[in-house]
Design a binder for this molecule. Structure first.
Ligand code: GLP
Length: 255
């Protein structure tokens, strides 16, 4: 694992955005796996700026999002479809018909999940952006005794609903279910970019990156992937032995 620690969140955003921008510059029809939550907001802002500054076009790029709540329409401000339009799609030149998210409003969620997997399989994700939940979830793959490989419907942990309640007017409005890419689909991406910030995630970062590989911490399965880049702020990295605190330090994980 290539783990980089940043003093400044703007530098972290810029580093993540340049990894994405460099990929698109080198491969104009790149397939991006995208994430939501508070972590990627600054990355998308920086990517929009980088694209405008360097004239990178997303016309031939396609994107597949990790997850979506069940029961929220795309025009609901809390839906991930709305988030993606707001933070990225409306600000770059990507045709909307090249952007895909799971559809939490599908009348036949099981068939929809299978169709989403077939699309992912055919497209082949070049780079998957990931955040990390406090309980070690990636996408909405919650800790469990078994993890699903493919896209599936998940019942959200109460802790996840509580963590995400900040985006809603009350916890009662947070959906109880979501559709998420499975860990197997995530691990099929050619390259994975995990981004984590904040002292409240220091413990789970340590478990995910240096603890045992276990379905109790879905992110720990990233240790089995050959090409993972992890970008952390100092707080999120505070329980790792980083060996350096100035600027950006790069080090190999203890695994
Ligand atoms: C959500 C999303 C995840 C995200 C995680 C962390 O539940 N489904 O994809 O990585 O929470 O979110 P945040 O970046 O807001 O801490």
């Amino acid at each position: 694992m290539d783990i980089r620690v940043f003093q400044d969140n703007k530098d972290l955003d810029a580093a993540a955005a340049s990894l994405i921008a460099e990929l698109v510059a080198a491969k104009p029809n790149a397939v991006l796996g995208l994430a939501t939550g508070s972590t990627p907001v600054g990355i998308y802002r920086s990517l929009v700026d980088t694209a405008a500054r360097s004239g990178i076009s997303f016309k031939s790029v396609s994107t597949y999002n990790l997850d979506e709540y069940v029961g929220l329409t795309p025009d609901n401000e809390q839906s991930y479809a709305y988030y993606m339009n707001q933070h990225l799609f409306s600000k770059i030149d990507i045709p909307l018909n090249r952007t895909f998210l799971p559809d939490g409003m599908s009348g036949d969620l099981e068939a929809h999940c299978a169709a989403y997997d077939a699309m992912l399989e055919q497209a082949g994700v070049d780079l998957q952006l990931l955040g990390l939940g406090h309980n070690g979830h990636i996408g909405f793959n919650e800790p469990d005794s078994q993890l699903s490989a493919g896209t599936h419907v998940v019942t959200l942990d109460e802790a996840t609903r509580e963590a995400n309640a900040r985006f809603f007017s009350s916890i009662d409005e947070v959906p109880r279910q979501a559709v998420t890419m499975g860990v197997g689909s995530i691990l099929k991406a050619h390259r994975i970019l995990l981004v984590v910030r904040g002292a409240d995630k220091a413990d789970i970062v340590k478990r995910a990156l240096t603890g045992p590989v276990t379905t109790d911490c879905p992110a720990s399965l990233l240790q089995t992937h050959a090409r993972v880049t992890v970008l952390l702020d100092r707080e999120a990295a505070s329980l790792l032995a980083t060996g350096g605190n100035e600027g950006c330090s790069t080090f190999a994980s203890a695994m």
